[in-house]
Design a protein around this ligand. Structure first.
Ligand SMILES: Cc1cc2nc3c(=O)[nH]c(=O)nc-3n(C[C@H](O)[C@H](O)[C@H](O)COP(=O)(O)OP(=O)(O)OC[C@H]3O[C@@H](n4cnc5c(N)ncnc54)[C@H](O)[C@@H]3O)c2cc1C
Length: 438
């Protein structure tokens, strides 16, 4: 209930921040309107800009604001709102171009008023940001390069748009509206300063030291870190943190990883990382003694947020990481509830934490079912992919009362979600962690 209440509260705050600039504009003396299309264009221009300003809030990773939804949901919302805001800002321009072309002046930046050129350049920046974010993968833009471009162009676009509004000086030119608008703009800029300067500074003051680098199966490594001179991180089982290694926290070189160690042992945090790209490929070269920085914890993928008489975990490959953290936590808590782990891998040699999982069986009421796509000869266990028919056989009779935690490659999570749905499991009971944010 508290989560629902806090979710509603944050949605209210978001709406207030988006709508407040618009309301301020409409209250008190307004310039004489120039017809429906003119007023509509102004309203959606300001609304779009306010939404773009608040976009920073959605990805600022405020723990309290993200807790009720989960960070992945906020990122998806950020994405859709960006497209919506771009449509609004572009429509603002398009309406004027079609209905009031004289108000816009010529297109040439050398002859147009400076504030019109600022507005158009801002629009271009926002359009590039949206296009490169939606089609980053097909455009083959490396994640790090995209992130730098994303931050610079959004910030640049916002400053240019603020310059445009100020230059046009329409609707904000009464004595008391101007300071309020300046306050809004200052708020947006301070938000960026908080995310890019204050937060990294705080991370830098709370470093961690790598104490272990353990080779796991399937091109994966576990990195263990310990806090240096501070209390470390309190987290819920299944949550994740952004990890920075061999870089400053200001450098935008952080990567999200689930915590695969027990939440009851915050003095040593472990991340189990599969080699997938530029950064993860270097993880095996990390050595004990190196400094790490963490930003977290985040995420709603936690048994502590879904009370139930028992749990079913469905993992694929390195998707076992948050589930391992959860099982270790439950073992440390001497939890006696029945647990089922369905763990899908291609081959037996790929199964990360194989022995550690067996060991956990002696501390928990845990049943483990390995599912192999390419089983070795003589394999008598489950084979192929996780299907509805397989789950029908494996799930206990009280399946409707259990909570389900699912983490693996996207095709697997989608297939298992459908399978659980087909078995009549309420989707509110199925919690999914996707190892991909944008
Ligand atoms: C909530 C969450 C938890 C995760 N937990 C784990 C885990 O426990 N173990 C594990 O092995 N992997 C985990 N991942 C995936 C991991 O973050 C990516 O594999 C890693 O960041 C890839 O970086 P790269 O430079 O090696 O690969 P690249 O080839 O550069 O990237 C591969 C893909 O990973 C994503 N990615 C890359 N960099 C980042 C970044 N800085 N932030 C967000 N996404 C990025 C992008 O979609 C990119 O296309 C998790 C991801 C998320 C979102």
């Amino acid at each position: 209930m508290t989560t629902v209440f806090s979710g509603i509260l944050w949605i209210g705050i978001y709406l207030a921040l988006v709508l407040a600039p618009l309301l301020v504009l409409l209250v008190g003396p307004v310039p004489p309107g120039s017809g429906f299309w003119w007023d509509l264009s102004m309203a959606i221009g300001f609304a779009g800009l306010a939404m773009l300003g608040v976009q920073f809030l959605l990805t600022a990773r405020f723990q309290r604001a993200s807790a009720p939804f989960g960070l992945d949901i906020l990122y998806y919302f950020h994405r859709y709102m960006a497209v919506f805001a771009l449509v609004l800002v572009f429509s603002h321009y398009l309406i004027l171009r079609v209905v009031h072309p004289a108000a816009l002046g010529v297109l040439s930046p050398f002859e147009a008023p400076w504030y019109m050129t600022l507005g158009r350049t801002a629009l271009l920046c926002f359009a590039v940001v949206v296009v490169t974010s939606i089609w980053r993968k097909p455009l083959r833009i490396p994640y790090e390069a995209w992130r730098i471009e994303h931050v610079l162009l959004t910030l640049g676009g916002l400053l240019l748009a603020i310059g445009h509004v100020k230059g046009v000086n329409y609707y904000i030119n009464t004595p008391w509206k101007r300071p309020i608008w300046i306050a809004f703009m200052l708020f947006w800029v301070l938000l960026v300063v908080y995310v890019r300067v204050i937060k990294p500074w705080r991370m830098q003051r709370k470093p961690y030291r790598v104490v272990d680098v353990i080779k796991e199966r399937h091109r994966s490594w576990t990195i263990a870190v310990q806090p240096v001179g501070h209390a470390g991180l309190r987290f819920l089982p299944g949550q994740f943190a952004w990890l920075t290694l061999r870089a400053s926290p200001y450098a935008l070189k952080e990567h999200p990883f689930s915590i695969s160690s027990s939440a009851e042992r915050p003095n040593r945090l472990e991340f189990t990382i599969k080699d997938r790209g530029d950064f993860t490929r270097t993880v095996h070269t990390i050595t004990p003694g190196e400094i790490a920085y963490l930003d977290g914890p985040y995420g709603a993928f936690s048994v502590d947020r879904a009370e139930a008489p028992g749990y079913v975990f469905l993992a694929g490959g390195v998707g076992i990481a948050p589930i391992m953290g959860t099982l270790r936590t439950l073992a440390d808590r001497h939890d006696s509830r029945p647990l089922l782990l369905v763990y899908a891998n291609n081959r037996w040699e790929d199964v990360i934490f194989r022995e550690a999982l067996e060991d956990l069986k002696s501390h928990l009421s845990l049943r483990i079912v390995h599912v192999l796509a390419e089983p070795p000869e003589g394999w008598v266990g489950e084979r192929g992919f996780v299907t509805a028919a397989m789950l029908e056989r494996l799930l206990p009779d009280n399946r409707q009362q259990l909570e389900y935690f699912l983490c693996g490659p996207k095709p697997m999570t989608q297939a298992v979600e459908h399978a659980l749905h087909a078995l009549g499991i309420r989707m509110g009971r199925v919690h999914t962690e996707l190892f991909d944010m944008v």
